[in-house]
Design a binder for this molecule. Structure first.
Ligand SMILES: Cc1ncc(COP(=O)(O)O)c(C=O)c1O
Length: 402
């Protein structure tokens, strides 16, 4: 059942997406979820089954087979559609499976324009998987709108935008980039993983598809892998649903449950992530061991003004460059204790990593450097621990390295 059907059935005002006066915090907990009609259980049950009884051939109660649809997944999809201001959502076994499903919409000979500092896995699937099917991608600086417009070709079908970007925290103008895509009759897809719908809703700004790695802030506890695509009508849901079912990279009910459970605390977690990241960014910016800090909340950030308009807060991710050698950087990330040296982001615990050696190692070095991603860059996923413990931890790691 789509949440639009729900809303219409409730007689809500559909002009604002049926969300009425309910605020994000309330919808995070309730959207798409009702107490179980049979037992009254508040939490969506984990529907751990593969198939469903039919009363007569083709006569079923909405579910036939769990790859095609599972009630736990349905509740998660309805919740995500609501939070991202969309009409429909589709969930996948990973963020990459979600991205792959957008690319499934393309045909041989089509062309893609993508940011030159997108997540390494996005770069890899575009170049190493889809180029072999004759789908070429031009990577450009998506903060430079002229460069994006110049990269558009008659066969461009998709503009892929990440904002803030991973790991340089560049902020891209979703409204402007959607317009450029639409002028070229292309779709604009936005990877909203770093911001989450709590801080930024790309569909409201003109994007056609939102992609999420549920593995990160939405799950929020580093205990599951998942992905989602959210759309606002335009006939896209049916096409994405076809590929979701045909390719079959769908999440199991337990993973869907974990993400549903995580989303209930998304607003309170994000508030703390943002507060801690802002304080840590300022502390790092004043630190003698640090050459440069990348955080959209700092006034020195080149797109600080755009971020202030487009986002409700600046997020929990930041990167910095040490005023030192690559080896000193490696010592810092190995010495931290509150910050765990690990890939991924968006969990309650703080993580630290070196993109050149870890998350972005899939991008050739020259390309990485050209995109401004230096060997010495350190990326931090700021958790919700006490920020003073984070500062003390980084300080002892700096002391060990310098
Ligand atoms: C911005 C971004 N998008 C997509 C992905 C892919 O998500 P997943 O690891 O769930 O496949 C990641 C993973 O790190 C990411 O950082």
């Amino acid at each position: 059942m789509s949440d639009e059907t729900d809303r219409e059935a409730d007689g809500d005002d559909v002009t604002d997406g049926g969300r009425g006066d309910r605020r994000f915090e309330t919808r995070a907990i309730h959207a798409g979820q009702e107490p179980d009609p049979e037992t009254g259980a508040l939490m969506t049950p984990i529907h751990a089954n593969s198939t469903y009884k039919q009363d007569a051939p083709g006569e079923h109660r909405g579910y036939e087979y769990s790859r095609t649809g599972n009630p736990t997944r349905t509740d998660l999809e309805a919740n995500l559609a609501d939070l991202e201001s969309g009409t429909d959502a589709r969930c996948f076994a990973s963020g990459m499976a979600a991205i792959n499903t957008v690319l499934n919409l393309l045909e041989s000979g089509d062309h893609v324009v993508a940011g030159d500092d997108v997540y390494g896995g996005t770069h890899r699937i575009l170049t190493q998987v889809y180029e072999q099917y004759d789908i070429e991608t031009t990577f450009v600086d998506t903060t430079d709108h002229e460069a994006v417009a110049d990269a558009m070709r008659p066969e461009t079908e998709l503009v892929w935008v990440e904002t803030p970007t991973n790991p340089l925290m560049n902020v891209n103008d979703i409204e402007a980039l959607s317009e450029i895509a639409h002028e070229g009759d292309a779709l604009c897809a936005v990877d909203n993983t770093f911001a989450t719908p709590y801080l930024q809703r790309p569909l409201e700004l003109g994007a056609d598809v939102v992609s999420q790695s549920l593995t990160k802030y939405l799950g929020g506890h580093s205990d599951t892998i998942g992905g989602a695509l959210i759309v606002d009508g335009k006939g896209l849901d049916e096409k994405l649903g076809f590929y979701q079912n045909s390719v079959g990279a769908t999440p199991g009910p337990f993973d869907s449950f974990l993400v549903l459970r995580g989303i209930k605390t998304l607003p309170v977690r994000m508030d703390r992530h943002c507060k801690n990241a802002a304080e840590l960014a300022r502390w790092l910016a004043d630190h003698e061991a640090v050459e440069r800090v990348y955080y959209p909340g700092l006034e020195s950030h080149p797109q600080h003004e755009l971020a202030s308009e487009q986002m409700d807060d600046f997020g929990g991710m930041l990167s910095f460059e040490l005023d030192g050698t690559l080896e000193q950087g490696s010592t810092v990330v190995a010495e931290t204790e509150v910050f765990t040296l690990a890939e991924s982001l968006g969990g309650v615990e703080s993580l630290i990593e070196q993109p050149a050696a870890m998350t972005h190692a899939a991008i050739p070095r020259e390309e990485r450097l050209a995109a401004g991603l230096s060997d010495g860059l350190i990326r931090v996923s700021v958790g919700i621990e006490h920020v003073d413990d984070m500062k003390a931890d980084l300080q002892q790691a700096f002391d060990a390295a310098f």
